[in-house]
Write a protein of this length. Structure first.
Length: 174
């Protein structure tokens, strides 16, 4: 039996969003279509003709209900990061057209209230959500995304720390 040469398939162009609250905790959602305890940050495909930042705002709204008025872009990683899907998933996802995802990551500071987050959107992808530390999100990520999450957190560690420190300094001066 001949197998598809998965390594020759392209990566799906995608965005990832690290949404951080004022305490430096990161939004994580439990996928609605998953039976395992795997959590992820908002992410999704870039539509034809769409620029990555526009895709990030669209995906954030679709998955969390968070609008541009509730968040600010703090950073954009300069390089695209990739991950491969396990071979058994390739034929089942995206009609078998992609070997994994090529992601442009953004760090956004969430300025809203927890009550502003609505995962029950029309394109609901999460059954539950919570704020997590960077270490917890890496630990709870599905195995094939964990290395990418580790890279993202390592590259954004300083900015995430700055967000939480700026908030604590504001609280001290109140």
């Amino acid at each position: 039996m001949t197998s598809t040469p998965f390594k020759s398939l392209p990566y799906r162009p995608c965005v990832g969003i690290v949404l951080v609250n004022r305490f430096g905790h990161i939004f994580a959602g439990q996928r609605i279509d998953s039976d395992v305890d795997a959590w992820q940050m908002p992410q999704g495909g870039i539509e034809s003709g769409e620029i990555p930042l526009t895709a990030a705002w669209r995906e954030l709204g679709e998955e969390t209900g968070v609008s541009r008025e509730m968040a600010n872009v703090i950073a954009e990683l300069p390089n695209w990061l990739t991950y491969d899907l396990p071979q058994e998933l390739i034929p089942r996802l995206w009609n078998g057209k992609f070997r994994g995802q090529r992601q442009k990551w953004f760090l956004l500071q969430f300025d809203g209230e927890d009550s502003n987050i609505d995962i029950g959107t029309e394109q609901a992808e999460f059954s539950d959500w919570r704020w997590m530390s960077a270490d917890e999100i890496i630990e709870k990520a599905i195995s094939f995304k964990a290395d990418t999450y580790r890279q993202v957190m390592g590259l954004l560690e300083g900015q995430i720390l700055d967000i939480s420190q700026n908030t604590s300094q504001l609280n001290l001066s109140d």
